[in-house]
Design a protein around this ligand. Structure first.
Ligand SMILES: NC(=O)c1ccc[n+]([C@@H]2O[C@H](COP(=O)([O-])OP(=O)(O)OC[C@H]3O[C@@H](n4cnc5c(N)ncnc54)[C@H](O)[C@@H]3O)[C@@H](O)[C@H]2O)c1
Length: 418
């Protein structure tokens, strides 16, 4: 809260959180005047849960009709999006929907976001990469089933470009969902692997946005409606609470998926993290993780997890007060703050291991010969690199990748001296 701060906080149009809240959706949509929609989901939800059928039946009774597209896949590609556009348009036979509902994890939500752009125009999604000023997508209602990506609150859809194995983003504040409905019961069926990968993604969002560039320093160019614009006391408030919830419930949700309190805790952790990073933005963790995903094709959450401790380690001087706060949230009680901050990445790495994820890049499948390409690709995600709050970003990325490849943290040496 300084004179130079400029808070640009963006969120979904409405946010509803509650166990069983999904049952209120048809009546709410009817009240809002929606009559014809497309549900974007995947076969798991159609075949193994009652949620799609319940939504369609209760809506039909209120005069709202749906076409269900259940061809969603993990990490959707631009090809999948273009095929889905063609097949949904064929099925709609010229009758444009007035809204889209996404049911699923970040993958289905991202696919639905992209369809909100492509369906009304019938154009390939690649046409929408870049400036979307003035573009009016269909309204999106996002029902997340993982805790999570937070895509239900963010301005972006992340798609894999199969031509060069990188992730591309379609991004604009207009893509933020009209409504995010977080029903923790949706997450009760998540298997442990999905729970862990999504949960560490939420924690990475919270920590990374807590230590990212200040809003006053964020490079916005001439954009008056930035999707991401640096951290502020407002975003940090959500990040702090998200970290507290992750520290309390992440491991429990992974080891005891039937613990409803843990599931609810992680549902809140995920949306709070999204309310932080969805305006503050992210930096090196996600930037390097995208490059790791390009080489390994492993899940989004696990690529974040393997690099997170090393990114935090690189910030221990420049973000000392913030990381001391994080260390205390994670129960690190050493009275010496310097020691506590060096211990934090060590504890985070131990958490990553307990979640069943490799803790160094070598065991994650990165070849030594590929490290230069990894550095180049990570720095290539310029919107994330420029938000890393250090003087020499390229040197910092190189050091992080080097340490992550060897599995080396500053706190390791300290512990071995002790
Ligand atoms: N747009 C954004 O702001 C944003 C942010 C972070 C990540 N992402 C993207 O999100 C994707 C990852 O999403 P995710 O981690 O939520 O996983 P996911 O959506 O890829 O789902 C992984 C698997 O879990 C299954 N699944 C999901 N929910 C389930 C449930 N409740 N019960 C049983 N199975 C369930 C899915 O069917 C799928 O097979 C990546 O593609 C990533 O790029 C987007």
């Amino acid at each position: 809260m300084r004179p130079e701060d400029l808070v640009h906080f963006c969120a979904p149009g409405r946010l509803i959180i509650g166990c069983g809240a999904r049952r209120e959706l048809p009546a709410l949509l009817e009240r809002l005047g929606y009559r014809r929609g497309v549900v974007v989901t995947d076969s798991y939800f159609v075949n193994n849960t009652p949620w799609v059928r319940e939504l369609v039946d209760a809506s039909r009774a209120l005069g709202i009709r749906y076409f269900v597209f259940d061809g969603g896949e993990p990490d959707p590609t631009t090809t999948l999006c273009n095929e889905a556009t063609a097949s949904v348009l064929r099925a709609l036979d010229g009758q444009m929907p007035d809204h889209v509902i996404a049911l699923g994890g970040g993958s289905n939500i991202d696919l639905a976001k992209a369809l909100c752009l492509t369906l009304p125009r019938g154009r390939p999604v690649q046409d929408f990469i870049g400036d979307l000023a003035g573009c009016k997508p269909l309204p999106l209602i996002a029902l997340p089933t993982t805790s999570g990506t937070g895509s239900e609150a963010t301005p972006g859809a992340i798609l894999l470009d199969p031509d060069n194995a990188t992730k591309v983003a379609v991004m604009d504040n207009a893509l933020r969902p009209l409504l995010a409905l977080v029903d923790p019961e949706f997450t009760y069926t998540c298997p442990p692997r999905v729970t862990a990968d999504a949960g560490i993604d939420a924690l990475t969002h919270a920590i990374e946005s807590f230590v990212t560039l200040d809003s006053a320093l964020y490079e916005r160019g001439s954009c008056v409606d930035p999707g991401y614009s640096g951290r502020s006391s407002l975003t940090m408030m959500f990040a702090r609470e998200s970290m507290r919830l992750c520290a309390a419930w992440l491991e429990r949700a992974y080891t005891r998926g039937d613990d409803t309190q843990a599931r609810i805790g992680m549902s809140y952790a995920s949306i709070y993290a999204a309310l932080s990073y969805g305006s503050a933005g992210l930096n090196a963790g996600h930037g390097i993780a995208y490059a790791i995903a390009g080489q390994t094709h492993k899940s989004h959450g696990s690529t974040n997890a393997v690099i997170l401790p090393y990114v935090i380690d690189a910030l221990r001087d420049v973000r000392f007060p913030e990381l001391l706060e994080v260390a205390r949230i994670f129960g690190i009680t050493e009275p010496d703050g310097y020691a506590a901050v060096r211990r934090l990445p060590v504890e985070l790495r131990a958490l990553v291991a307990r979640l069943g994820i490799p803790t160094d890049l070598r065991s994650f499948g990165i070849e030594e010969a590929s490290r230069d390409a990894l550095l180049r690709d990570a720095l290539g995600v310029a919107r994330l690199a420029k938000a890393f709050p250090v003087a020499d970003i390229a040197a910092a990325y190189e050091g992080i990748i080097d340490n992550a490849w060897r599995g080396s943290l500053a706190g390791d040496h300290e512990l071995s001296i002790v």
